[in-house]
Design a protein around this ligand. Structure first.
Ligand code: F6R
Length: 248
């Protein structure tokens, strides 16, 4: 894992945005699509702001961009205030010129008995788009990436998962208390993420310092799913000083 320690989240988000913007420009000259794997949560907010700015002020077009989001809570309607569908539209998609048909997010409303086939198809769609060029990640305090909680295997694919207690506790502030947080989610797997050409994980603040040091320095283990990123040849952690404070 390469680690890039930045002054703050603004500087780090700017660097990640630059990588994405440069790739979109390069590919659009060749009339080829760019396939992005995207995350929700508080971590990528500044990155999405910067991409919107590039669209508004620098004429960057997202017409050739195809996106696949990592995850979605199971059982939420799209318009639920905490759905990741809504988050992505509010924070990014509604402000850029990406065609609606290029946007892919796991659907939290699939009937239970269709989830398995639905997830297999999500994998197939990623492949048919040409695979992920860049995967953007945050990291949860359990060490999850996407919603791959401790216990996830290295070769896991898109599937239904049970959320960890700590993850639901962290989400409780956004929902009306912990009981309102869904118990399940659909997430890309570790194996899905590791197939991406490049991976950028971002993390800010002291609360992420311990998990970042373990993800980078501990032996790769399913107890800490983000540690599997050590197996990828092109994974970079963009972190601020606080999140880097427990690296040895
Ligand atoms: C979001 C996701 C999660 C978050 C992680 C960190 O799509 O897959 O893994 O990246 O929970 O969340 P924040 O950024 O809110 O600290």
């Amino acid at each position: 894992i390469n680690t890039v320690i930045c002054r703050d989240a603004v500087e780090a988000s700017e660097q990640v945005a630059r990588e994405i913007i440069d790739l979109i420009r390069k590919r659009s000259e060749e009339s080829k699509p760019v396939v992005l794997g995207l995350a929700t949560g508080s971590t990528p907010l500044l990155l999405y702001k910067r991409l919107i700015q590039a669209h508004r002020d620098e004429g960057l077009s997202f017409k050739n961009v195809i996106t696949f989001n990592l995850d979605e809570y199971y059982g939420l309607e799209r318009e639920h205030p905490e759905s990741y569908w809504k988050f992505m539209h509010d924070q990014l998609f509604d402000h850029i010129d990406i065609p609606a048909e290029n946007i892919n997010l796991p659907d939290g409303r699939v009937p239970r008995d269709e989830v398995f086939a639905y997830c297999q198809n999500y994998e197939k769609q990623i492949e048919e788009a040409g695979g992920l060029d860049i995967q953007i990640l945050g990291i949860g305090r359990t060490g999850h990436i996407g919603f791959n909680e401790p216990g996830s295997s290295e070769d896991s694919l898109t599937r239904m998962v049970t959320l960890d207690h700590l993850t639901r506790k962290d989400a409780a502030r956004d929902f009306q208390g912990e009981n309102a947080v869904p118990r399940n989610a659909i997430t890309m797997g570790i194996g899905t993420i590791l197939k991406a050409e490049k991976i950028y994980l971002m993390a800010w603040g002291q609360a992420k310092a311990e998990i970042i040091s373990k993800a980078v320095e501990a032996e790769p283990t399913g107890v800490l799913p983000a540690s599997f990123l050590q197996l990828h040849k092109n994974a970079t952690f963009y972190i601020d000083r606080a999140a880097a404070s427990e690296l040895t």
